[in-house]
Design a protein around this ligand. Structure first.
Ligand SMILES: CC(C)(COP(=O)(O)OP(=O)(O)OC[C@H]1O[C@@H](n2cnc3c(N)ncnc32)[C@H](O)[C@@H]1OP(=O)(O)O)[C@@H](O)C(=O)NCCC(=O)NCCS
Length: 219
């Protein structure tokens, strides 16, 4: 099943979970504009132009921490290019925000979306350095995977991780990605070709339901 973006928008599984009282008995925060999927603490939505100053600020403050793993847009110009790139059919830019305040906890980009018989994409991500180590990125990545499989109709997501990026490796592992091997000399970064570990997660197809939400315990 391959969904165009407009079909995906109308897909019933795209709708965020119903806003009912949680297991803890607390009422969840009301749904925020553009929410694609949510947990009790965070939700994901598409990146938009009004995120420019927050994301540039996150990129600037996060530089010592994001370097040398990722290079998020740090100027108005590069942010504009990023928005332009993620508005095309082969990319999706998602931000993961706190339900309580709307603050951006991190970014997930689905890059190089290939349809046809592959239905695959690469996911890249980075956290707001003020909100690290709280599990928000774990929840955000799980939501992004569900979005990719249930709303975009993708079958496979890959994350390319440098071998000494322990936090990134821990993140994909926690979210059910499997280590598939090492891509030698995969990417040219700061003067040398770097090996990357290839981590992937694949949608489970059930005959009855088509692509269904992945159950982490079933993997
Ligand atoms: C990779 C990156 C996104 C991971 O961020 P993170 O803050 O470690 O991820 P989380 O928000 O899920 O936090 C996980 C931590 O919160 C803890 N945690 C606390 N509450 C939690 C909860 N409710 N659920 C899950 N984990 C929770 C986990 O135990 C874990 O702790 P640890 O760091 O001691 O192991 C971040 O390190 C980053 O931005 N790195 C730079 C950019 C980068 O490397 N990008 C990837 C390129 S491949």
């Amino acid at each position: 099943m391959v969904l165009s973006r407009s079909e995906a928008e109308a897909h019933p599984l795209r709708q965020p979970a119903a806003s009912t009282a949680s297991a803890s008995g607390r009422q969840p925060e009301p749904l925020r504009e553009g929410c694609l999927r949510r947990t009790e603490r965070v939700y994901i939505r598409r990146v938009r132009g009004s995120d420019r100053s927050s994301l540039i600020e996150i990129a600037r403050r996060g530089q010592p921490f994001h370097h040398p793993w990722i290079r998020p847009p740090m100027s108005r110009r590069s942010f504009k290019q990023y928005l332009c790139r993620t508005s095309k059919p082969d990319a999706e830019g998602l931000v993961c925000c706190l339900c309580k305040t709307g603050e951006i906890a991190g970014v997930f980009n689905l890059n190089n979306i290939v349809r046809g018989s592959l239905l695959t994409a690469f996911v890249a991500y980075y956290a707001n350095p003020s909100l690290l180590g709280k599990g928000y990125m774990t929840e955000g990545l799980k939501l992004s995977v569900e979005h990719a499989f249930l709303c975009l109709g993708l079958h496979r997501l890959e994350a390319m991780v440098q071998p000494d990026n322990t936090r990134s490796r821990a993140l994909v592992e926690r979210c059910g990605f499997r280590h598939e091997g090492v891509a030698k000399d995969y990417q040219y970064i700061e003067g040398s070709w770097r090996d990357h570990e290839r981590w992937a997660i694949v949608a489970k197809k059930s005959d009855k339901e088509g692509f269904k939400a992945i159950s982490w315990s079933e993997r």
